[in-house]
Design a protein around this ligand. Structure first.
Ligand SMILES: Cc1cc2nc3c(=O)[nH]c(=O)nc-3n(C[C@H](O)[C@H](O)[C@H](O)COP(=O)(O)OP(=O)(O)OC[C@H]3O[C@@H](n4cnc5c(N)ncnc54)[C@H](O)[C@@H]3O)c2cc1C
Length: 489
């Protein structure tokens, strides 16, 4: 292992001089790092923020910056558009989304603090229009604000919490929320007098013999420099989907079948620096993965079937739940198809699927694609009989999306890894307290080390329950907490 591996911290006793000295040093200037820096500065701490890139932004600036917020009666936008959302309703929804691997403490804090978080984001100058985007979309391409971005209206979530739209889209046309969001965050960081060092790659942490972190080594202008942070180092370096070896190692089911999305520095360096300092990691096998099943929303009228010719979910769920369920089908078969009638099959679309066959009846279609004819025709006929009544006894798809599927029938091959545009990013990372304090494998706090954002395992932990807005919501919310707590240390 090379001497400059992030997993090899330097001993404090080996440091002869310091090039930077500050209360708080933040590594990574995306959503988490920017939020941490603002909060730490607002607590009166001196802050320096370092980023390997030549500008701020990270993956947050590449995103749509839809942010998942609600509770407390609802945000200003909920009120203006006639929605009401209680904190308990938000909590119940988030808890159902994260399932058994959810961190109840983080979810509780997020639900209780979400309204305040909205107000904080607005106080930075982030613009939201008092309007709703009514359609089913991955991203609102208008400047409207509020939209359903997850599984809120779909079974079983609609049985657990009252459906409320919580995705908040910035007031800007097109898919331009991320750049605007990070521009505003950056101006807020600058206006607080935070020192910013770009083109500065953090290499490894500096720790004492007891494991406490005191700073790190950063490479600037091809020279290694020592940074001392008396109150804390906050790792906000993003996830690891751009590190193919690491992604394949921890999350092979997704990594083998999806293209990574994010910025090139999503290479896991911060996670590895933390590990080198004794940190534990959590749910490194969990990735967000998606396929743009919609738009157009009319594909929701089709059915998804596996190699056995059987349906396996209600097709009206969020696109990431579809993608991860498709991948699961490969455990027992080789194929996943969308079976759809010509009325609802629209082109162009973003699915990236291949029309494998078209036919006037389901038996012919099944034979053409090599699925068991009896199974597929039973699945299809049973679905159609119930769809005529607006019912889905098996998977409870909402009546709005139930119509008998009529010829001409098409089988669109969206088998993960073969067809279909599957993309993803990582959700596992350093194990932290909600305060941002990084934990060892024994559950002890590593003094002086904090982390937030996709460098950690945060509030959103799986693709099954993910909703657009949960990641930027999480990175900014827990980034703030890390900044505030480190400053108070
Ligand atoms: C196309 C796309 C659309 C998305 N849309 C949404 C959305 O609408 N809503 C949502 O909630 N989520 C969305 N996401 C996910 C979300 O954007 C990210 O998960 C989240 O923004 C990550 O934030 P972060 O602060 O943890 O990391 P980042 O924003 O990536 O910031 C990490 C920073 O650390 C820097 N860095 C890395 N290593 C080092 C190092 N060694 N030294 C110094 N600096 C380093 C990087 O340069 C980067 O600037 C989207 C993602 C993509 C790719």
């Amino acid at each position: 292992m090379s001497q400059i591996s992030p997993t090899h911290p330097i001993r404090l006793s080996d440091i002869e001089s310091w090039d930077f000295e500050t209360d708080i040093a933040v590594i990574g200037f995306g959503g988490a790092g920017g939020s941490a820096a603002i909060e730490a500065a607002d607590q009166g701490a001196s802050v320096i923020i370092f980023d390997v890139a030549a500008a701020s932004g990270g993956s947050t600036a590449l995103s749509s910056a839809e942010i998942y917020m609600g509770g407390g009666g609802g945000t200003r936008i909920h009120k203006a558009t006639g929605y009401e959302d209680s904190t308990e309703n938000l909590f119940a929804y988030l808890k159902a989304c994260q399932g058994e691997i959810g961190d109840e403490e983080k979810i509780r804090l997020y639900a209780e603090g979400s309204l305040d978080h909205f107000n904080w984001i607005v106080s930075l100058g982030v613009p939201y229009k008092d309007s709703e985007y009514p359609g089913k979309a991955i991203v609102a391409m208008t400047d409207d604000c509020l939209l359903y971005t997850g599984n809120e209206k779909a079974w079983p979530f609609n049985q657990i919490a009252k459906p409320v739209p919580r995705g908040h889209n910035l007031e800007i046309e097109g898919d331009n929320g991320g750049p605007l969001f990070m521009d505003i965050v950056t101006k807020n960081v600058e206006s607080r007098g935070v020192q910013i060092e770009y083109n500065a790659r953090a290499l490894r942490l500096i720790a004492d013999e007891d494991g406490a972190v005191h700073g790190f080594v950063v490479r600037i202008d091809n020279q290694e420099r020592n940074v001392r942070a008396s109150k804390g180092v906050i790792l906000c370096t993003g996830g690891f989907s751009m590190n193919q070896d690491m992604w394949q190692h921890y999350s092979p089911e997704v990594a083998k079948r999806a293209h990574p999305i994010g910025n090139p520095f999503d290479d896991g360096a911060g996670i590895r620096m933390g590990q080198g300092a004794g940190a534990s990691t959590l749910h490194m096998n969990q990735s967000f993965v998606t396929i743009p099943f919609y738009p157009p929303p009319s594909h929701t009228f089709g059915i998804l079937v596996n190699s056995q010719g059987q349906r396996f979910l209600n097709e009206d769920v969020y696109h990431a739940r579809i993608a991860v369920s498709n991948i699961r089908q490969l455990e027992t078969g080789e194929k996943v198809y969308l079976i759809i009638g010509e009325k609802h099959w629209k082109q162009p679309n973003m699915l990236g699927g291949e029309v494998a066959a078209a036919a006037d009846n389901i038996e012919e279609l099944a034979a053409e694609i090599g699925l068991p004819v009896g199974n597929l025709s039973h699945t299809f006929n049973y679905y159609n009989e119930n769809a005529a009544k607006g019912e889905d006894p098996l998977f409870h798809k909402q009546a709005d999306w139930m119509e008998p599927i009529e010829p001409t029938l098409a089988a669109v091959d969206i088998t993960p890894g073969e067809h279909g545009i599957y993309v993803g990013f990582t959700l596992g990372g350093l194990e932290t307290r909600p305060s941002g304090e990084v934990l060892t494998m024994d559950g002890d706090i590593i003094p002086g080390l904090y982390a937030a954002g996709r460098a950690t395992c945060g509030m959103p932990r799986n693709a099954e329950g993910y909703a657009s807005g949960m990641s930027v919501g999480d990175v900014t919310f827990f980034g703030r907490l890390a900044g505030r707590n480190a400053a108070k240390r």
